[in-house]
Ligand binder design. Sequence first.
Ligand SMILES: C[S@@+](CC[C@H](N)C(=O)[O-])C[C@H]1O[C@@H](n2cnc3c(N)ncnc32)[C@H](O)[C@@H]1O
Length: 356
Amino acid sequence: MGVDMGELRGTHVPVLLERCLELLAPALDRRGAVHVDFTLGLGGHAEAVLERHPDAVLVGLDRDPEALAHSRRRLERFAGRTHLVHAVYDELPEVLADLGYPVFHSGLFDLGVSSLQLDEADRGFAYAKDAPLDMRMDQSRGITAEEVVNGYEPGELVRILRQYGEEKFAQRIVSAIVRERAKGRIVSSARLADLVRDAIPAAARRTGGNPAKRTFQALRIEVNAELAALESAVPAALDLLAPKGRLVVMSYQSLEDRIVKRALAERARSTGPIDLPVELPGTGPSLRLLTRGSEPPTAAEVAENPRAASVKLRAAERIDEQDQARGAARERPRMSATHGGRGRRRPGEHQEGEGH
Ligand SMILES: C[S@@+](CC[C@H](N)C(=O)[O-])C[C@H]1O[C@@H](n2cnc3c(N)ncnc32)[C@H](O)[C@@H]1O
């Protein structure tokens, strides 16, 4: 693999580890609780869950076989209660069914790329390192970034850079790519990073970190179809979350966070008629949001772990069905005119749009 495990373990701190453990702990506080790590990566979060909860079982997924191999070694001492599976995270229903678990109790998504993927020069994720333009999290399938950069229509490339990279200079960058690829294929990450830097205005080069960052992010999202997988994975996960089960999701860019926010908010509100004073059976919320909007990292966390700088954490708990039945008979809080009309929030619940 070319990466020293000890070095990875020592220098790559799992993002918001204590906060994740704190949020998930109530759901893991039962015998045989099943914890799903949807993005196992280097196994940092998973290892901490297994250490703190000696009765918990881990189902760890990753689409990257190298990450799985790394975690398998790291988590060897817990082998009796771990199942590490090579899968895309929207395949959870099949994975749990194969393992014979009807539901899970605690789940964590830590989205994006792992330190392993960024550190391994030959994967092509890092704009700061020269490598073949690959960027596939699973190198056994799918198209590479090289194929996207050299083969996509210019209009499609502009859309990807704008949408997935939120790149203001998408048009200029794509024009430069098109000119360059007419001369010869663009095959290396350093060549692409240089092209991007030269394409954007000099003033913009001086602010906001490496100018290639947004283009690389956009290509990575396209190559791995990351947003489509997330779009289906969160609802599929919520369907299988046990009553009082908890899910934590950490995203690192706004498109991911928007998908998560919507999926959680949809189940955290009532679907019954808005003017009824009581909840009709089956129309109550099935989720309780545990965070106010999305939680940012603290300054101390960012200082300790630069990767945490852009994190947005959201968490929710599945409402117990019995509570829900009781909720059906419970009076709804009255709407107040100052509360935007659809005042269905119960005391203690958070409402989307609050906070971040
Ligand atoms: C940020 S890392 C996770 C780090 C991990 N929490 C730790 O403590 O080491 C994200 C991982 O998710 C994996 N991943 C990304 N998208 C995925 C998907 N759609 N399905 C499965 N795994 C995915 C990546 O391969 C990567 O290893």
